[in-house]
Design a protein around this ligand. Sequence first.
Ligand code: ACO
Length: 328
Amino acid sequence: MEKVYITGIGKYIPKKVLTNHDIEKMVDTSDEWITTRTGIKERHVVADDQCTSDIAVLAAKEAMADAGLKPTDIDLIIVATITGDMQFPATSCVVQRKLHAKNAVAFDISAACAGFPYALSIASEYIKTGRFKHVLVIGAEALSRFTDWTDRGTCILFGDGAGAAVVSNVPGKTQSEVLSDYLGTDGTHVGLLNTPGGGSVHPATHATVDQRLHYIKMEGNAVFKIAVKSMTEAVNGILQKNELIIDDIASLIPHQANLRIIKAVGKAVKIAEERVFVNVDKYGNMSSATTIVALYDAVRSGVVRPGDLVVLVAFGGGFVWGATLIRW
Ligand code: ACO
């Protein structure tokens, strides 16, 4: 089996900022409520002329430059997204065209906020078996396009952004290595978090538009509890699988949906607060893009250093959850 290295990382965050005070003007909420209930202060949203593949490409270009690779070196592009450019074809095909990555095959995966750990797991298996040498793994979301800006229960939570990693069979500038992953799924709660309209259950009609079914729906309170339980299981699961204890982990990089969820998971797995990475205040929940952008920020700010053992953990609609063990 080949080893799996992360040879480059990149991110792109759209320039336009939407603060809690901006949202106060749109729905009945307050900066104080959003800050105390979620930890979010602001999020970014795509420009009118930007779509998911545009921001995916910008993150991907930085990751490829970081890896010292050209687009034609890439064998496979996986885009994790729930807000693709179109129902089909896959956004990854548009990304392949925009990058001129003509030697790459491409497909999307839909694993909501666990999109990056899931996509990284698939990429790792392709590298391990020797099938591909360089895989571009992207998490990209334009959630603002699917957010109901009249629903205060959800519109405060989400933001747009993209992150990318190049995963290779040889080390890059660093020895950053993907060591292991842990994935879980429970499809019994599909109704708690979804975008109901536009699929084969509720194809688009005037009625689905009138009923606002093309926007993200969530029963936040129920999701909150399952998110804490599932991410705790994923962290404990990956530690057990690798015969590690929490004190071996230099940084826990959790999905950034809500600061209270992050703190509850940290407490449940008994890791010191200062070893849990947080950037939810700046971006909100960017679904598939969140964990890769958090890893990027943790590395670039010097929080994660070469040799550190790091666990990424995420949870999202499905429900799906996953953790990745990386030696940076
Ligand atoms: N401003 C002011 N009041 C609000 C707002 C708001 N933005 N939103 C809800 N409220 C009110 C509610 O109406 C309710 O009022 P009531 O008591 O009079 O009925 C009260 O605040 C409490 O509402 P809850 O829903 O119980 O609030 P909670 O503390 O659970 O916070 C939140 C809501 C932030 C949505 C939280 O439940 C959460 O973060 N859930 C999980 C999100 C998540 O992890 N999602 C997973 C990934 S997303 C993906 O996969 C795409």
